[in-house]
Design a protein around this ligand. Structure first.
Ligand code: PRE
Length: 364
């Protein structure tokens, strides 16, 4: 076939794809109407992370041809995002400002049809969702190099919100400047404290002369470079691609993180509790008495029931009675019989047990 014929073939396929997407959108709108009709005057839950995870896993499972399965799944991610927006425009609070990795995580999880609502602090993200001003929130929880974001875990204690999803993001840092610069002339480097830590060795080796200053976010660092740099100074920022694009900065060096597999895990928070999908995680916070064998008693039921713990984090106790507070992630959904039995075992071992949520394992 020649070029014109091949392009005619593409036009024909595009027409079919478009009509099918439009048909899918109509069906989603009908789903939205059924949800409203079935709601018995309760708030209608349009967003269904469990169903979305199943749809995306199905796409990945049946992928064939040369397109990587996750790439097709991302296209479907966008289609579902547009469909959900027809049912209800969804407002998503995230740790801002615009251009942070958290915004990129929110977009990866909800697609681009979600309405972003940047917040100044992690606590503000919780508040915004608790108050109902945003439907869902996205907050960082752990980084593979720097460990846990303890502030996020602390926000869950005393919050009625649940975890309803997780997002895994590979994190690549760039050194960014407001134009072409001489690396030897750099005087200051700005970024979020975690990003400075994740690039420590690179900074030591390449710009040891530059003063490192931690600011509230990578995006704020990028903004300072673009807008606040005084004459005679050469400032640079560390941040992701979104921050560079947002403030129109140039890359001085790319991928400067010390660990090439640097990644961050984010949590999606909201008031809903997704049903089981067959591949879920559960997160809990427990407090233990300060007595010998308490931690062993917490771990034993996991071994007995053969349930994989994926994270165990200890937090300083806030109240005298809470001698130890632990944050745990493990495989399975609280409605799975084995997990329900595990939770019963744990309740006997702990002073308090708070279920933060069961949610589908990240797909993309
Ligand atoms: O199945 C539903 O409940 C829908 O609303 C449809 C749909 C989709 O487009 O597939 C859209 C939004 C939901 O978050 C999940 C799935």
């Amino acid at each position: 076939m020649n070029l014109d014929q091949l392009r005619q073939g593409i036009d024909d396929v595009d027409l079919q794809i478009q009509r099918l997407i439009e048909r899918r959108a109509e069906l989603a709108q009908q789903v939205g109407r059924v949800k409203k009709a079935d709601s018995n005057d309760q708030p209608v839950v349009f967003y269904r992370p469990d169903r979305e995870a199943l749809v995306l896993r199905e796409v990945i499972d049946r992928a064939q041809g040369d397109l990587p399965p996750k790439r097709i799944a991302r296209i479907f991610r966008e289609i579902m995002s547009a469909c959900l927006a027809l049912e209800e425009p969804t407002r998503i609070a995230f740790l801002g400002p615009e251009g942070t990795f958290t915004e990129a995580a929110a977009q990866k999880h909800f697609g681009s049809a979600g309405r972003p609502a940047p917040q100044t602090t992690i606590r503000d993200v919780f508040r915004e969702v608790e108050a109902g001003s945003a439907h869902y929130g996205v907050v960082p929880v752990e980084n593979s190099t720097e460990g846990v974001v303890s502030h996020t875990l602390d926000c869950f204690i005393n919050s009625p919100l649940k975890i309803c999803g997780e997002v895994e993001m590979p994190i690549h840092h760039n050194l960014m400047a407001a134009g072409a610069i001489d690396v030897r002339a750099i005087t200051q480097v700005f970024s979020h404290q975690q990003s400075l830590a994740q690039c420590r060795q690179w900074l030591d080796a390449n710009i040891p002369q530059a003063t490192r200053t931690a600011v509230t976010s990578n995006a704020e660092a990028a903004r300072m470079i673009a807008e606040d740099m005084p004459a005679g100074e050469v400032w640079v920022a560390i941040g992701g691609d979104m921050a560079a694009a947002r403030y129109d900065l140039e890359f001085v060096a790319r991928r400067i993180e010390d660990e090439p597999d640097n990644s961050t895990r984010f949590l999606v928070i909201g008031s809903i509790e997704p049903g089981p999908t067959g591949d879920d995680k559960t997160s809990i916070i427990v407090s233990l008495e300060n007595q010998p064998g308490a931690l062993y008693g917490l771990l034993e039921p996991f071994k007995d029931r053969n349930i994989d713990m994926t994270r165990l984090e200890s937090r300083p106790a806030r109240m005298a009675t809470w001698a130890y507070v632990f944050y745990l992630d493990f495989n399975g959904h609280q409605q799975d019989p084995e997990v329900a039995a595990l939770l019963d075992d744990l309740r006997e071992q702990c002073l308090e047990l708070q279920i933060l949520g069961s949610y589908p394992r990240a797909v993309l």
